[in-house]
Design a protein around this ligand. Structure first.
Ligand code: NDP
Length: 284
């Protein structure tokens, strides 16, 4: 078997064109969805993520601005900036690019974002609403993963889903979303005793460990859907996932490449969340 490649760019392009039409409709009602990205310091990876987010906003007609602050900013100054954005009627989404410098508590900053404007879905109220299935703003990467799985046309209900990784931004929320879709979900992590034994039971395998090539064909049940979230840089500087793509492709039914799989979906779901926030805040 040679798996069908789940092309994140193609799926993202479809969703972006749906978002673009909705943004145009909102603009006709005098509402322009607006996103502010707050970038602290000069981490090169963060700079490039922020540029990509701004480009994506422009593509669909969402207003975006980047507020750049030096890494010497105090926590209080950053909280004051968030408070201003919370009140700004032109801004519907606020995203603070992580990581933040060590002297600033990421938790305190995320907690300060108005929950309706929390387009990253990291505020504890959104996390709680996600757990109880109460219309939360979903975190972008897990949201994108579920969309990709759904677009394979596979019924998720009743399937065995195994998630490798239990972080707050990927592993835990994607596990919860799969559970809401009625999959039987197992979560693996660095203390899991026999990873292969677990992953081989997966009809849907989501790998988000950040360990280059840790999953090979011996980990994969024939016919499984394999979603590779990992983004790693090889010694030669090439981007690569957590799954050994070429061999996994021989056993899986669907597989996401790295790059070009989950990554483009993450930014797309940020656009979708900004649109949702604008509709909710403006009550349209
Ligand atoms: P974290 O480092 O926060 O979490 C990694 C998780 O993987 C932890 O739960 C860890 O277990 C688990 N893990 C690590 N090694 C193993 C192992 N050998 N066996 C089993 N489990 C293991 O990472 P993130 O969740 O933030 O990100 C994961 C990957 O996804 C990264 O490569 C990141 O770059 C990428 N990513 C990609 C995005 C995209 O848009 N494409 C967005 C976000 C992340 P434990 O908890 O026990 O330590």
């Amino acid at each position: 078997m040679s798996a069908t490649i789940l092309d994140g760019k193609e799926i993202a392009a479809d969703i972006r064109s749906e978002i673009k039409s909705e943004v145009e409709e909102l603009k006709q009602k005098g509402i322009t969805p607006g996103l502010t990205v707050v970038l602290v310091g000069d981490n090169p990876a963060s700079q490039s993520y922020v540029r990509a987010k701004a480009r994506a906003c422009e593509e669909v007609g969402i207003y975006s601005e980047v507020i750049r602050k030096p890494s010497t900013i105090t926590q209080q100054e950053l909280l004051d900036q968030i408070a201003d954005l919370n009140e700004n009627p032109n801004i519907h989404g606020i995203l603070v690019q992580l990581p933040l410098p060590d002297h600033i508590s990421e938790r305190a900053v995320i907690d300060a974002i108005r929950v309706e404007k929390d387009v990253d879905g990291f505020h504890p109220l959104n996390v709680g609403n996600l757990v109880i299935g109460n219309g939360a703003m979903l975190p972008c990467t897990p949201y994108g993963i579920i969309e990709m799985i759904k677009r394979t046309g596979t019924e998720i209900a009743g399937k065995n889903a195994v998630v490798v990784g239990r972080s707050n931004i990927v592993g835990k929320p994607v596990s919860m979303l799969l559970l809401h879709e009625n999959a039987t979900v197992s979560i693996c992590h660095s203390r899991t005793r026999d990873l292969k034994e677990m992953t081989r039971q997966a009809d849907i395998l989501v790998v988000a460990a950040g360990r280059e090539g840790m999953v090979g064909k011996e980990h994969i049940k024939p016919g499984a859907i394999v979603i590779d979230v990992g983004v790693n840089r090889t010694a030669e500087g090439k981007l690569t996932g957590d799954v050994r793509f070429d061999e996994a492709r021989e056993v899986a039914s669907y597989i996401t490449p790295v790059p070009g799989g989950v990554g483009p979906m993450t930014i797309t779901m940020l656009l979708k969340n900004t649109l949702t926030a604008a509709k909710q805040i403006e009550s349209v």
